[in-house]
Design a protein around this ligand. Structure first.
Ligand SMILES: [Zn+2]
Length: 448
């Protein structure tokens, strides 16, 4: 199904001298109106979807939403404006999706398997920067207009984020943590033995021991331009370090307090309930994975408004790894933390751990959420409104309402009936710019 675009120029002539370059100053840009004819519109996930609406996008934001399919003449755009119509009258339109847990600089591949066997050197920073650009675009193509990169121990993702923010490349809005902070020998400590004592290497890798070093590691990431802080309180499946606590309470407190002092949110990779509760006591904003949540931890999360980022997809290792009966699946199914937290009313932010599996297949998380008892509407609400709240961008995104950024997607099926419809994203608009049309990505670069 093709989304047809028609262009109109509002021909009531603007005073031409105003529009010319004058005194060396560039002429003001005309307003760009995009009228999106939405067959079905889920403007605010959690509320009912509506039929036959026109979303009036003005430049990068939603101006208003009108009943019926409004024509270019009827929209009353100011003289000189460009008006464009996008026909999504046989589509289901909803806010852009958000993923709280991705790793943009890599993904499993046969070459990475070779790396793990020691046949091949780690990818270089340059290779990871190219990966970050490509995988960011692939997340956008999958309908994710905002993502949070929670752990990349080089500056590749910062570079991708900055290129997108400056408009040089169309990609998702990226919140970046920089290196995930870990203790010596902990999950996420990648420093080679010989350089373990080198202070510069420790900071670059985000390795810290004791409150003083951990404060410094937070400040270092902040100085690099981090939007948030991620730390690993327990071991993890990926590093073979078990699932038990690795940080002392004073280290957790130092990290969370320093992040908050600098206006950043703090999130922790945590499996063991002891570490989860220690992090909640310290004021952490979200728990990543949380597979071993106990009832007390669930109660504390609910009371203090701490988000769970379930990463159900991450429990299932990609087939490429060929691991029979993975431990992660057994533990997930035994503890059912997602189901119990959801039933207790804990806020569930959508997060996948894409990068530990193929980028762009993030929507499989929706399948797990629905399979484990969440309604399709709540799963969509999780990936929009709830995650926007965790990101701290709910004034700007998460719903389609006047004044918000025009981040929206369209599918041909009805995801409220069949959540699988979100695997096939036909149309993506990010900040008022069309990024995907009739299933194909548009030109990525400005070449500025
Ligand atoms: Zn992760």
């Amino acid at each position: 199904m093709k989304a047809v675009i028609a262009f109109f120029l509002i021909l009531t002539l603007a005073p031409s001298s105003e529009a010319q370059v004058r005194g060396g100053r560039p002429a003001p840009q005309p307003d760009r109106y995009v009228l999106i004819h939405a067959g079905t519109l889920l403007a605010v996930p959690g509320k009912k979807a509506q039929k036959e609406k026109t979303i009036v996008v003005i430049n990068d934001r939603i101006g208003r939403i009108e009943q019926g399919f409004v024509s270019a003449d009827a929209v009353n755009a100011p003289a000189g404006s460009v008006v464009e119509i996008i026909d999504l009258s046989d589509h289901f339109v909803l806010p852009g999706l958000m993923d709280s847990h991705v790793h943009l600089r890599g993904e499993p591949s046969r070459s990475r398997r070779r790396t793990e066997r020691g046949d091949r050197a780690d990818p270089t920073a340059a290779q990871m920067a190219v990966n970050a650009m490509i995988y960011a675009r692939r997340n956008l193509a999958a309908g994710f207009t905002s993502v949070r990169d929670v752990g990349s121990n080089d500056e590749s993702v910062f570079a991708a984020r900055d290129a997108i923010n400056r408009g040089r490349m169309i990609g998702p809005r990226i919140l970046v943590s920089g290196s995930a902070l870990a203790v010596t020998g902990g999950h996420g400590d990648g420093i080679p033995m010989l350089t373990t004592g080198d202070p510069a290497a420790r900071l670059a890798e985000g390795t810290c021991d004791g409150p003083i070093e951990c404060r410094k590691a937070v400040r270092y990431n902040y100085k690099l331009g981090a939007d948030l802080i991620k730390f690993t309180s327990t071991g993890g499946f990926g590093s073979n370090t078990g699932l038990d606590p690795q940080l002392f309470a004073d280290e957790i407190q130092a990290i969370v307090e320093t992040a908050h002092l600098l206006g950043m949110k703090a999130t922790t990779h945590a499996y063991s309930a002891i570490s989860i509760k220690e992090a909640i006591r310290a004021g952490v904003d979200s728990i990543e994975h949380g597979f071993l949540l106990d009832d007390e931890a669930i109660r504390m999360m609910k009371e203090q408004g701490v988000f769970l980022v379930p990463t159900l997809s991450a429990a299932y290792p990609p087939p490429i790894f060929n691991i029979p009966n993975p431990e992660s699946v057994r533990i997930r199914n035994e503890w059912r933390a997602f189901e119990r937290a959801h039933a207790a009313g804990v806020k569930i932010a959508f997060g996948t751990d894409a990068g530990t599996f193929k980028h762009g297949t993030n929507a499989k998380e929706f399948d797990f959420m629905v399979e484990f008892g969440m309604s399709p509407m709540d799963a969509i609400r999780s990936a929009t409104i709830v995650t926007a709240e965790l990101f701290g961008i709910n004034d700007e995104a998460g719903t389609l309402e006047p004044g918000k950024l025009a981040d929206l997607i369209a599918v041909t099926g009805d995801p409220l009936q069949d959540i699988g419809a979100l695997h096939d994203i036909d149309f993506v608009m990010k900040s008022g710019k069309v990024a995907k049309q009739s299933g194909k990505m548009t030109e990525p670069f400005t070449y500025d």
